[in-house]
Ligand binder design. Structure first.
Ligand code: AMP
Ligand code: MG
Length: 418
């Protein structure tokens, strides 16, 4: 079969972005607890249900005073006001020990920090009972060291606009305002499948010629780290009839329809390349991208009779190819929707010479340390252990066949665990 497309990396990237943009255009909303809202987009604009602080309170551990009482000798100290208590009114001529965050008593208009008092320590209960007095500075600005009601945010003001990507600080202000649940965009639901009759789920016993399925795990966690909800169906059969049946069942099971289906394997030029064989007739284009690893690719809108149309992306089966395809094509397309940041790009000095095949963009793996890149494991796309030991990729242009040690290369840092 002749491939239906032959594309540059940039062309395929653009094509995947277009497919993903359309698939994720209307994600739908759901109400979740704040802890589940991290990394999601706020569905509605939130106005403050109350002011923060809700009442005037002390910014320091110190004495609540009325400034008109200062400069007239030592003040009689009253019972202390702790955070979390209602404060009794301050009687003229008195100073009330007040802790940071405790409400200002009526009648007080300033806080004198404990450091400015003589003595510089709060009285014990016994000292208080004996009629303790404190010497304070002779004057202070009214309002000093008071955090006034609404000085952070006023009731009714907009706190966060609809569409805001929620992170620790935005979720912190919602929590601070007493909001426990919020409406956010739903995570994209992704159906993930592997193909290959030689594959056995990790933990299972291997028969002759069998290997364990690495891609279901690798791609599921990569998609989850990018913000997707992933349903895995394991390995689908390499026979066209069984593959079609299992795919149909997987697409119609579950409470929510999927926005995206990702497969690995079965799209090259082999005899049992079932994904290509079956789905070529149902809306998916297959072809090759000038990249190594990850040359064979497929994508399109799957129109399987009896199922809702759904965006489908087919990756090649070698684990390194599947991972590189995810990093180069899918992760960037998801990034804009899910708020994940692009991989950092850092310049590095190549620590040893490298070869690269002409005519293809080669994506090589290795380690980035202290400004140096050391390739690991050569170019073969089955080298999963070397990939696992790597924390960076370099993209070698199609017209470059040799790189010298000491040359400056651009790395893509993938080693932050997500
Ligand atoms: P395919 O793309 O199906 O031709 O597979 C290419 C190579 O990748 C073969 O050696 C497969 O055994 C291997 N392979 C395919 N899928 C997986 C997988 N899920 N886990 C590990 N290896 C795989
Ligand atoms: Mg296969």
């Amino acid at each position: 079969m002749t491939p239906s497309f032959r594309r540059s990396v940039a062309e395929h990237r653009a094509s995947i972005k277009e497919l993903v943009d359309a698939a994720l255009r209307d994600p739908g909303n759901e109400k979740v607890h704040l802890r589940q809202a991290m990394g999601r987009r706020l569905a509605t604009t939130i106005n403050a249900p109350r002011s923060l602080p809700p009442w005037d309170n002390s910014q320091m551990d110190g004495y609540a005073v009325n400034t008109t009482d200062l400069g007239q000798g030592p003040l009689r100290v009253t019972n202390p006001i702790a955070a979390g208590e209602a404060a009794p009114p301050l009687v003229h001529g008195h100073a009330a020990p007040i802790m940071t965050g405790a409400p200002m008593p009526e009648g007080a208009n300033a806080v004198i920090p404990i450091e400015a008092a003589i003595p510089e320590r709060f009285p014990s209960e016994t000292q208080l009972a004996a009629g303790f007095t404190v010497q304070l500075p002779v004057n202070a600005e009214p309002g000093s060291f008071i955090r006034t009601r609404g000085s952070d945010i006023t009731e009714g003001d907009t706190v966060l606009e609809a569409g805001t990507l929620l992170g620790p600080t935005s979720l912190g202000i919602l929590a601070g305002l007493g909001i426990g649940e919020t409406s956010v965009s739903q995570r994209p639901s992704v159906l993930l499948l592997s193909t290959g009759d030689e594959l056995v789920a990790p933990g299972g016993e291997l028969g002759p010629g069998q290997i364990h399925d690495a891609n279901t795990t690798l791609l599921a966690v990569a998609l989850e780290a990018a913000g997707c909800t992933v349903t895995t169906v394991g390995v689908l059969d390499d026979s066209p009839a069984l593959f079609t049946e299992s795919l149909r069942t997987a697409l119609s099971t579950g409470e929510r329809s999927h926005q995206l289906v990702i497969s690995s394997g079965g799209i090259s030029k082999g005899a049992f390349d079932v994904v290509k064989e079956v789905l070529g007739a149902h809306g998916i284009d297959f072809g090759s991208v000038k990249m190594q690893p990850g040359g064979p690719q497929g994508s399109g809108t799957l129109t399987l009779p009896g199922c809702e149309p759904v965006a489908f992306i087919a990756f090649p089966g070698n684990p390194v190819s599947a991972f590189v395809s995810f990093e180069i094509f899918l992760r960037p397309a998801l990034a804009g929707h899910l708020g994940i940041t692009a991989r950092p790009q850092l310049k590095a000095t190549l620590s040893e010479p490298m070869d690269s095949m002409p005519g293809k963009l080669q994506v090589r793996r290795g380690t980035y340390t202290d400004g140096a890149f050391t390739p690991l494991g050569g170019s073969s796309s089955h080298l999963l252990a070397a990939l696992a030991a790597s924390n960076a990729l370099i993209l070698i242009d199609e017209d470059i066949i040799e790189l010298a040690a000491g040359q400056i290369v651009q790395t893509l840092i993938i080693g932050d665990g997500s």
